[in-house]
Design a binder for this molecule. Sequence first.
Ligand code: SAH
Ligand code: SF4
Length: 389
Amino acid sequence: MNAPITQDVLTLPRKLPDSGRTNIIGLTRDQLWDALIAAGTPEKQAKMRVGQVWQWVYHWGVRDFAQMSNLAKDYRALLAEKFEIALPEIVTRQVSADGTRKYLVRIAGGHEVETVYIPEEGRGTLCVSSQVGCTLTCSFCHTGTQKLVRNLTAGEIVGQLMLARDDLGEWPLPGAPKDETRLVSNIVLMGMGEPLYNFDAVRDAMRVCMDNEGLSLSRRRITLSTSGVVPEIARTAEEIGCQLAVSFHATTDEVRNVLVPINRRWNIATLLDALRDYPRLSNSERITFEYVMLAGVNDSDEDAHRLVDLIRGIPAKINLIPFNEWPGAPYKRSSNNRIHAFADIIYKAGYASPIRTPRGEDIMAACGQLKSATERGRKSRAEIAAEAG
Ligand code: SAH
Ligand code: SF4
C-alpha cells in the first residue's frame, strides 16, 4: 500500500518513575478512599473527596491538583505532595490513510505496548493492550511470537484510554453538554496480551472506565476478547459484565490445538459450556465468535457448517477476520470469494456474520499484528511448536 503515513515522535515530559507518590490513575474508588485516608483525609470527608478528585481526573481530564478548584488550597497541596496523576507516555504515533491511529506507548520499566484508535461512522473504537507480550502462542498471531514480559497495571490500562483522549482532544470543556458524541465510544481488549491472564488489573481498569462520574463508558461498549481461559469466563460475567468475544478460529480440536494452543487445556466442548452461561450471567445479549480466515486451514464449507452446529443455542455473532499477514507468518489470508462463501453459510443459518474490514494496514495496526518494537526477542515457529507440544 502506498498510502501516506504520518509518524510523529512525541517527546512528552517523562514522569520520574520513583517519585514516591501514589499514582491516582487506575485506583478503584475503594482504593482511592483508602489512599486518601492514609494521606490524612478525615474519614468523614473521604467519600466526598473521592468523588471530587474522581470527577476532576476522569471527567475533566485534569492532571494538576492545583486546578481542582473546589478543594481547599492546603488540601490541594497535600494531594500534590502524596499523589501524582501519571499516564504512560506516547512514544510514537502513526496515522494511517484511513484515519486509524497507532500509538506506541511506553510504560514503567521502559517496556512498550501498542494502542490503536479506529474511527468509524458515528463511533470510534480503542483497541487496548493488557500485557506486554503474551504467554500464549497462537500460531497465526504476531504478539504470540513475543514472550510475556509483564502484566500491565490497572493504571496502565486506563491510561491508554486517557492518552488517546488527550491525543484526540476529547476532554470536555467546562460547561459542555454531557451527551456530546464521543470520539472514543468503544473499547475492545484486543491489543497485545490475554486479558483473562491479567484478570484483576483488567477488571479494576474496566470498572474505572465504566464509572458514571468519570470516563463513563457503558459496559455494553466494552468488549473483552479471550482465547478461551475457561475458569475466568464466569468471573468476567460477574465482576466486569462487559461484552465477550472469543477467539474461536477452528471447528475441530485438532485444528484449534494448533491455532489456539490453549485449546489443549480447555477444548472446544469445555469452552462452549462456559460460553453458554455467559449471556445470562452477564446480562449481555450475545457473544462474538472471532474467526480468522486462513487459506486452506479453517475456511472450508464444512468448517462453516460445523461452526454453526457447534454454537447452536448460544446467542452469537460471528466476526470473520481476514488474516492479517505479518513478516514470516506461516499462513495466508483466505480469498475474498472463500470468505464470502463462508459468510453466506453462516448467514443462512441465522447468524450475523460481518467480515471485519482490515484497518490501518499501512501502519501494521490491524488485529494480531501488534508487537512492540523494543521487545524483539522473537521466537521461531519451531520453538513455539515445541513449547505448545
Ligand atoms: N488474547 C486475546 C486478545 C488479543 S488478540 C485473544 O486472543 O482473544 C485479538 C484478536 O485478534 C483475536 O481474535 C485474535 O485471534 C486476533 N488475531 C491475532 N492475530 C491475528 C492476525 N494475524 N490476523 C487476524 N486476526 C488476528
Ligand atoms: Fe495471545 Fe491472543 Fe495472540 Fe493468542 S491471539 S497469542 S492469546 S494475543
